[in-house]
Write a protein that binds this ligand. Structure first.
Ligand code: UTP
Length: 305
């Protein structure tokens, strides 16, 4: 069996109901963070982690994702004609990024079902999963690379985790296990959305996984669970019992961009890192904060010159 992680799948077929109506006719993964669609950050993370082949699981209304990673001959010609070389290079780079393949999940039967759609693409080797709506921002050491390095040493399925506030554990999948070093946990179980007083830890599963291929047989037998969907977590619990599993505390800022507040925070955080936006945005936020605390219901006075 290949122990190198060469293949990644990016499930991006969900309806994105938390973002309706914006996601009625366009995928949430194409919502931009400044001038780049969020899924491009995820593809870039996979490539920076050494992934060679990427399969994006799409659904209806997701054509924009395929178009984004393809050539746009008219646009390329136009930019060349206008001498907009920087923009031309940027657009060309996206079309040449990596070997990106697409498959449709015909019915949105859950994340576990989306992963199962990748069975033929993956074959019999361990593979990575990066969720299309979870950005983990670490420019110096990509989150997936942190997990791949752990997999190379320990050889076990790895789930990415990060600590959350105790009152937030009931929103996430939470791990139960023993810490074996600064960043690694040996897992005993995964618990979906526990009550805060029953949670075994405050480490929540974020959208990064490295999984052994035996998961496919398990997923094939997994019955629909929460929300009447085939849940990846349910299948991972079985795999954990069969083979053991580890968690990796990921270094990086996590942005759940499928959630409105997560999306707003992601935009602000990325904008604050842009040289051409930082000063303007900081001044604007300070002005807004001062204005809203001083003049709750007032508009600025009209002036005549
Ligand atoms: P979510 O649980 O965020 O569901 O999926 P969603 O439909 O995308 O969004 P909401 O909750 O309705 O707003 C987590 C990830 O799994 C993918 C999604 O695209 C997202 O990346 N997914 C989910 C699929 O690919 N197929 C599915 O059937 C469900």
């Amino acid at each position: 069996m290949v122990s190198r992680i060469r293949k990644a799948i990016i499930p991006a077929a969900g309806f994105g109901t938390r973002f309706l109506p914006a996601t009625k006719a366009q995928p949430k993964e194409m919502l931009p963070l400044i001038n780049k669609p969020s899924i491009q950050y995820i593809v870039e993370e996979a490539i920076a982690s050494g992934i060679e082949d990427i399969l994006i699981i799409t659904g209806r209304n997701k054509r924009a994702i395929e178009d984004h990673f393809d050539h746009n001959i008219d646009l390329e010609y136009f930019l060349k004609k206008q001498g907009k070389w920087e923009e031309y290079e940027e657009v060309l780079k996206i079309a040449k990024m990596a070997d990106i393949h697409f498959i449709r999940q015909k019915e949105q039967n859950g994340l576990g079902h989306a992963v199962l759609c990748a069975r033929c693409f993956v074959g019999n080797e361990p593979f990575a999963v990066l969720l299309g709506d979870d950005i983990i921002d670490n420019p110096s050491r990509p989150a997936l690379l942190q997990m791949i390095e752990q997999f190379r040493t320990h050889g076990k399925t790895v789930v990415g985790v990060q600590p959350v506030l105790p009152e937030e554990v009931s929103k996430y999948g939470i791990i139960a296990g023993k810490r074996i070093d600064d960043h690694i946990y040996e897992l005993e179980d995964l618990v979906e959305k526990p009550d805060p007083d029953k949670a075994p830890s405050n480490l929540s599963i974020v959208g990064r996984y490295i999984i052994h291929p035996e998961i496919f047989d398990i997923l094939g037998e997994t019955k629909p669970g929460r929300g009447d969907e085939i849940q990846l977590t349910d299948a991972l619990r079985v795999l954990c019992r069969q083979q053991g599993m580890q968690a990796r505390i990921l270094q990086g800022d996590r942005h759940d961009i499928g959630d409105k507040w997560g999306y707003i925070k992601a935009i602000l955080s990325f904008a604050l890192r842009c040289d051409d936006l930082h000063d303007q945005l900081t001044a604007f936020l300070q002005e807004q904060a001062a204005f809203s605390s001083n003049n709750k219901n007032e508009q600025p006075p009209a002036e005549e010159w």
